[in-house]
Ligand binder design. Structure first.
Ligand code: DX5
Ligand code: ZN
Length: 220
């Protein structure tokens, strides 16, 4: 599976979004991770539809939307129209994950199901046939710049096994606390999509930090 970098815009300088997107694209990132928060599912509010719609015009990156909102079914169409290529939602945020997945798919958008650090893999097993991606959180969702929870990587190992047993091909994405010191170990578990916010946008030279990450991703 190809390794992919999905820098999280949450850590970017919002006064120059266009420029920051250009920098990660030049550095070789394939995706941009877009964290949408509603102040209900998580104790923070970030950005939403108008921002995504507006940056869509200046970027060819794959828009990897991470919905941290209650009842995501209410907004699938709106995020599709805003330009999402992948829509990740939390299994904990809806009563009918299967219906949300079907809805996402009906718009031709890639499906992603996400689990919080304390949610077991068993919660999403019934839906794995319907997903293009599983997103495993290694911090409590809501904020960037938190410490990586290494013990949550066991869930990745579990998912890799299930994927093999069921002969499926979904991507496995990891989100939260990734940096240059733990990236190699993370990749060795079978994750192939890496989210990194502060480690990329917090650097002085964003293009350079992107390139450094990519170099490690491509070694594998
Ligand atoms: C947290 C978000 C993450 C966050 C990651 O709720 O889902 O995507 O931006 O930030 P870092 O890489 O700084 O932990
Ligand atoms: Zn995220």
């Amino acid at each position: 599976m190809k390794n992919i970098l999905s820098p999280s815009l949450l850590a970017a300088d919002f006064t120059k979004l266009g420029q920051q997107l250009e920098q990660i694209e030049k550095g070789g990132a394939q995706y941009i991770h877009l964290d949408v928060m509603d102040g209900m599912f998580v104790p923070n509010i970030s950005f939403g539809i108008p921002v995504i719609q507006s940056i869509r015009k200046c970027s060819n990156l794959v828009f990897d939307v991470h919905l941290m909102i209650m009842e995501p079914e209410r907004y699938v169409e709106a995020f599709y129209k805003a330009g999402a290529d992948i829509i990740n939602f939390h299994v904990e945020a809806t009563k009918s994950p299967g219906d949300v997945l079907a809805k996402i798919k009906s718009f031709g958008v890639k499906t992603g199901i996400t689990i919080k650090p304390n949610t077991p893999v068993s919660e999403i097993v019934p839906y794995l046939e319907q997903v293009d991606m599983v997103l495993v959180m290694t911090v409590e969702p809501g904020f960037g710049g938190q410490k990586f929870m290494a013990e949550k990587m066991e869930k990745v190992t579990e998912l890799v096994k299930i994927r093999e047993q069921k002969n499926l091909s979904f991507d496995i994405e990891i989100d939260g606390g990734v940096n240059m010191n733990n990236i190699k170990e993370i990749l060795s578990t079978g994750v192939n999509v890496i989210v990194a916010g502060s480690a990329i946008f917090g650097a002085e030279d964003v293009e350079k930090s992107t390139r450094e990450f990519l170099k490690i991703l491509q070694e594998k």
